[in-house]
Design a protein around this ligand. Sequence first.
Ligand code: MG
Length: 368
Amino acid sequence: MKIIGITMWQLDLPLKKPYWLSGGRLKFEKLDSTFVRVDTDANVAGWGEGCPWGSTYLPAHGPGIRAGIATLAPSLLGQDPRSLEAINRTMDMALPDHLYVKSAIDMACWDILGKVTGMPLWRLLGGTNADLVAVNSSISTGTSDEMISLIRDAYSEGYRTHSAKIGGSDPTADIARIQAIEAALKPDEKVTYDVNRAWSPAVALQVLNNVSPRGWIEQPCETLQQCAQVARRVKQPIMLDECLHTFGDHLQAWRLDACEGVKVKPNRVGGLTKARQVRDFGVSVGWQMHIEDVGGSALADTAAVHLASSTPVANRLACWLCHHHLAADPVPGQGARNVNGFAAPPTAPGLGVEPDVAALGAPVSVFE
Ligand code: MG
């Protein structure tokens, strides 16, 4: 089987309402998504999506994905999409690093492998059943009252785990915010406080040694080294996210004893193939993991839910579904969706999401 064509679409995905994180430093109103279809000489096609969370959250942006895929395409044409490790080596030779560029292509090749073997991705990734995964809300930075109001809305939609975005340079403000939110939680709720790199190590220590949240603290500072420095001096479990890209980054986090868990995001680490390597390492060392994508429609969300569903329950925390925040739905009703706080991966072969080409509009590039 050979790849004979790669077609690319660009979609603007507006958010339902503006979203702030990292202590209010970063604001988001729409996402720039790239949909990719990989065609083969066996008349089987696979779909992928690459969608950074804006251009300020990570060193990744929508136009970069499309430029990168244009660079990769000549090397991919003629390759067997079922050989995922070889496909990834080809991409890494043709364009070293630039991990986020490669995720959509890798996802489409997994979709093809699933379709030709008749298996859904959760099975190819190691699962035995289409296990439901708990989903968590994502609460934009705001005042305590604003954030508690969003948490109460999310609770009514079935969410029992929330990712609340905090952080800033004033320790007193974050201590008050954490205490107010904790006091408002119901017994069956918990919050991960996601700082998105906004604290200096000193502020992190001042805040965390003066509060007693029941949940996790995520990405307190900018760098892995700073986060490790904090992790050694606080009692809360630490989750890392933005400072981890390569497999080596994850290995270094473990060596530094910098965390008890990580966010596994296919677009950030370079695709499902590399995310699976990280997931398997995380299982080996006893990490707990949120497995979700950086952003995107229900297509990207569903790929991540397949990986989450195939992960042992003991190592799996809740997943966030980006499409919940979007005012557009390019794959209407398809894929993993929140039903009373849980999402199910599709059972159809492959990814189980099949965009309507007519609804996507004209492609921006076709490589063949
Ligand atoms: Mg995070």
